[in-house]
Write a protein that binds this ligand. Structure first.
Ligand code: DAT
Ligand code: MG
Length: 147
C-alpha cells in the first residue's frame, strides 16, 4: 500500500495541534505506521529541503524546521500522497481553503504547520531520511475493508 511522510512542524507542536492533525488523518481512514517526536539536525533538514536550496526562503526554512521538536510520521493508504496533500491545503496560505489543515489553522506561508510528501519518489526519500525500516510497523487494521 502507498506510504507518505507527514510531519507536524515546530509551530504545530508548540500550538498543541499534534492531536488535531493526527485525528484528521485517522478519521479519513489512513493508517499510522510510524511516529516520533524529534528535533531534526541541520544535515537532515538540508537533505529534506534540498530542492529549495538557493531560494530566498531557504535559510529561514531550515532554521525554522530545526528550531524545536517536530512530530514525524509515516502514514499509509490508497492514494495517501495526493489525498494528504489535499487535506493539508495549498502552500500559499491565501490559497489554502477552509477545511484544510493550513486553511483552518495557518496565517503565514512559512508557519504552515505541516509537511507532506508530494510524490512517490519524495515519499521514499523522506521516509528514509527520518525512519529506519525497523521503526515502521507492518500491521493489519481490520477496519481497512470498510474504508
Ligand atoms: P509544501 O510544504 O506545500 O510542499 P514547498 O515544498 O513548495 O511547499 O515549500 C516548502 C516550505 O517552504 C513551505 O511549506 C513553506 C516554505 N515556503 C515555500 N514557499 C515559500 C515562500 N514563497 N515564502 C516563504 N516560505 C515559503
Ligand atoms: Mg514540498
Amino acid at each position: 500500500m502507498e506510504k507518505t511522510f507527514l510531519m507536524v512542524k515546530p509551530d504545530g507542536v508548540q500550538r498543541g495541534l499534534i492531536g488535531e492533525i493526527v485525528k484528521r488523518f485517522e478519521q479519513k481512514g489512513f493508517q499510522l505506521v510510524a511516529g516520533k517526536l524529534m528535533v531534526i539536525s541541520r544535515e537532515q533538514a538540508e537533505y529534506h529541503y534540498a530542492e529549495h536550496k538557493g531560494k530566498p526562503f531557504y535559510e529561514d526554512l531550515v532554521s525554522f524546521i530545526t528550531s524545536g521538536p517536530v512530530f514525524a510520521m509515516v502514514w499509509q493508504g490508497d492514494q495517501v500522497i495526493a489525498l494528504s496533500r489535499l487535506m493539508m491545503g495549498k502552500t500559499n496560505t491565501l490559497d489554502a481553503q477552509p477545511g484544510t489543515i493550513r486553511g483552518d489553522f495557518a496565517v503565514h506561508t512559512g508557519m504552515n504547520l505541516i509537511h507532506g510528501s508530494d510524490s512517490p519518489e519524495s515519499a521514499e526519500r523522506e521516509i528514509n531520511n527520518f525512519f529506519k525500516p525497523e521503526e515502521i510497523a507492518g500491521y493489519d487494521k481490520v477496519l481497512n475493508k470498510w474504508i
